[in-house]
Ligand binder design. Sequence first.
Ligand SMILES: [Zn+2]
Length: 329
Amino acid sequence: MTKVKHATIVGVDLGGTSLRALVVDSNNKVLGVEKDPTNAAQKPGGLIRDMAAVVERAIKTAGLKRADIAAVSVGAPGAADPEKGIIHKAPNLGWIEVPLAAELKKLLGLPVFVENDVSAGVIGEHALGAGEGTSELVGIFVGTGIGGGIITGGKLNGGSTGAAGELGHTVVLADGPVCSCGHRGCAEALASRWAMERDVRAAIKSGQKSIVLTLMEETNRTRMTSSIIAKALKKGDKVMTDVFSRSQYYLGILVANAVNSLDPERVVIGGGIAARLGEEYVQPARATAYEYFLRQADTERVEIRCGVLGDNANALGAVVTARKKLDQS
Ligand SMILES: [Zn+2]
């Protein structure tokens, strides 16, 4: 048991745009980081080989050998089964029933654990970041979509089937825009990065002037990334500013709904936009959330904080879950 507690673990974030591997020691110090772009166009086997390669590189960067590593733990998108190490469905990768843990184990010869990426991110912020010290926490991660996680009694609360925490599909505007889930008016359809991109493109199409598309061309981006958003805001782009503040408003309503129904001590806003813009992003959402708090006294008590682990949140959370599993085994 003692040996396991001092284990060095590789955390992997299988993101839609990049693969990131972190070698983390027993004090949760990051010894090595490597990343590669995610090539989601290939079959699952190819992407799993890419993951193995980035893990090997990270181990080398950390100055270690495979034998020094106790386990690899992956934060993966979509519906993950952490018990079986299977990804049931990950639409953005085109994955259905992929035995990720078993396949990666074959390539690396190390134990492999799997966790949903957003769950891992929330676990990471709870254990090592902006949620530290709380036992009742809500995590909301805004990226291409909006994911969430609920910590109850210090542990991730999966609900009755493990599906709890889909906060992004909280309806915040009945009959609003169509969401990725097919319903209308979800927070994801109003406050996520793809919702912002949709609104920016529509505004430009209707004749409004904006530098966003030029910024994307200059940096060879096909999507409106967090860095494009940050640059456009810095230059005072009116379309971006309007779309961004609308997204903050709906994020605030989402936070208030979560607080009113779950009564947490703290809410952590994570994901790429929060990592890049920090308080500039969180503060207006916090102000809106406070307006919609059912119990106004909660404005003194419930903290709404920006995540602090940035792009490492998912991989670090994956490491935390792996350590727990190793300790239990
Ligand atoms: Zn939805």
